[in-house]
Write a protein that binds this ligand. Structure first.
Ligand SMILES: Cc1ncc(COP(=O)(O)O)c(C=O)c1O
Length: 383
C-alpha cells in the first residue's frame, strides 16, 4: 500500500508519545502542555447550560455569533484592532486547525514558509500539508533573540508567509517591539504574510506587554492573527481557537475551515463566549498563579542540576541537562527520565527542523498544580 509522499519523513507527534510513555510508567507528565486543573467554574457552568439549551447541532460555520462578537470586542479593547465579527473572525477547532486553514488558504506548491525554530511541532506538518517548503530561522540559546539579519537571509521572492509565535513555545520568549518590527519590515518588503500564533497572549510574566504583529504599521492587512481558548481557560480538550484576518485572507481561510471541520463544537463555543466575559481580575490572577508556578519550576530545575532561563511568557522551560553527564542524547534522556525517575519531559531537538539543534535540552511544561510540581521536584532530586 502506497502512502502519500507528503507524509514521507513525518511521524506521529513526539509530545504525545511522551504523554503515552508517562502513562505507561505512571510518571508525572511535564511533557505535553496541558493543565492538570479545571477551567473556571463559571465557564463549565456555561457549557452545561448550553448542552441543556439544545445547542447540540452545527453552529454557523464561522462560529457562534456571540463568540465572534466577544473575540472582536476583545481584540478592540486590548489591542485596538478592528475586526468585523461577520467577516473577519473564524472560530476553529483549536489553533492547530486555524494554522492549517491559514496556510492552506495562502500557500501554493513551491512557496516558502519561514518557521522560527524551535517551534511548536504542528507547524511543519501545516506547511507541508499545504504544499509549502519550510525555511528555518533559529533562535539561539541562551537569550533566544529573533535576529533580523538571520531572518533577512531566508526571506526571498518565493517567501509567502512567516510563522510567528509570541509568547513562544518552547523558549518562553515574548518578542519585543524591535524584534517584531524586524519581521514586519521584511513582510512588507517581500510582500509576505505573517501568520501569528498568540495562544499564550495572557500567560506573560513581569508585566511584559504582548504585542500582536497585526498592530504594527502596514501589518493589519497582511497578518492572520490566531488565538486560542485552550491555554487561557485551562480547556485544551475543548479544541477552540480562532483566526482574525481582513479580506481576502479571511474568506479564503473560511472556505478551508468550512470543508475541513464545518464548525467547532457548538456548546463549547457558547461557554467560550461566557469565558471571554470574565473580568480583568481573572487575567490578573492567571498571571499571579503562573508566576508562582514559574518560580517553583525554576527552583526545582536548579536543584536538580539543569541550566535554564526563566521564561518571559507561556508555560514551558527549555532545560539543559549537560551537567547530568548523561550518556546519550535528548531522546535517550527523555525516555530514561520517566522510566527511572518518574517524570516526563519532551526532547528538545523535536522542536527544531535543523538537525543537531536542541540536543542537550528537554522541555518541561509547568501548567500544573503546585502539588504536582512539588512531587516532580522530589522525584528529580533522586537522580
Ligand atoms: C504555540 C502553540 N500553538 C498551538 C498549540 C495547539 O493549540 P490548540 O490546542 O488550540 O490546537 C499549542 C499547544 O501546546 C502551542 O503551544
Amino acid at each position: 500500500m502506497q502512502i502519500a509522499q507528503r507524509l514521507s519523513g513525518m511521524r506521529e507527534s513526539f509530545i504525545r508519545e511522551m504523554t503515552r510513555l508517562a502513562i505507561a510508567h505512571n510518571a508525572i507528565n511535564l511533557s505535553q502542555g496541558f493543565p492538570d486543573f479545571d477551567p473556571p467554574r463559571e465557564v463549565i457552568d456555561a457549557a452545561h447550560r448550553a448542552l441543556d439549551a439544545s445547542m447540540n447541532q452545527y453552529s454557523i460555520t464561522w462560529g457562534l455569533p456571540a463568540l465572534r462578537q466577544a473575540i472582536a470586542a476583545k481584540m478592540k479593547r486590548r489591542y485596538n484592532l478592528d475586526f468585523d465579527p461577520d467577516q473577519h473572525i473564524t472560530v476553529t477547532c483549536g489553533v492547530t486547525e486555524a494554522m492549517r486553514a491559514a496556510l492552506m488558504a495562502l500557500v501554493n506548491p513551491g512557496d516558502e514558509v519561514i518557521i522560527v525554530e524551535p517551534f511548536h511541532e504542528g507547524y511543519l506538518p501545516a506547511v507541508v500539508f499545504a504544499g509549502g517548503t519550510p525555511r528555518f530561522v533559529p533562535l539561539e540559546p541562551p537569550d533566544y533573540a529573533l535576529d533580523p539579519g538571520r531572518l533577512r537571509k531566508v526571506f526571498n521572492s518565493r517567501t509567502r508567509a512567516v510563522l510567528v509565535n509570541t509568547p513562544h513555545n518552547p523558549t518562553g520568549r515574548v518578542f519585543t517591539r524591535e524584534e517584531l518590527d524586524g519581521v514586519a519590515q521584511l513582510c512588507r518588503e517581500f510582500d509576505a504574510v505573517a501568520v501569528t500564533d498568540e495562544i499564550y497572549e495572557h500567560i506573560i510574566y513581569d508585566d511584559r506587554p504582548h504585542i500582536p504583529l497585526a498592530t504594527l504599521p502596514g501589518m493589519a492587512a497582511r497578518t492572520v492573527t490566531i488565538g486560542g481558548l485552550g491555554k487561557t481557560f485551562a480547556a485544551t480538550g475543548w479544541r477552540l481557537g480562532y483566526a482574525c484576518a481582513l479580506q481576502p485572507l479571511s474568506g479564503a481561510l473560511r472556505t478551508v475551515h468550512d470543508f475541513t471541520t464545518i464548525c467547532a463544537p457548538s456548546p463549547l463555543q457558547a461557554a467560550a463566549a461566557a469565558a471571554l466575559e470574565l473580568p480583568d481580575q481573572y487575567y490578573r490572577q492567571l498571571r499571579r498563579d503562573y508566576t508562582a508556578r514559574r518560580e517553583k519550576i525554576m527552583r526545582i530545575l536548579d536543584e536538580a542540576g539543569f541550566t535554564a532561563q526563566p521564561p518571559e511568557g507561556a508555560y514551558y522551560v527549555m532545560a539543559d541537562f549537560s551537567a547530568w553527564n548523561f550518556d546519550g542524547d535528548d531522546f535517550a534522556f527523555a525516555r530514561w527520565l520517566p522510566a527511572n525517575l518518574g517524570v516526563a519531559a519532551v526532547p528538545g531537538s523535536c522542536f527544531y527542523g535543523t538537525p543537531g539543534m536542541g540536543k542537550n535540552t528537554v522541555r518541561f511544561a509547568f501548567a500544573k498544580k503546585m502539588a504536582t510540581l512539588e512531587a516532580a521536584g522530589e522525584r528529580l532530586k533522586r537522580r
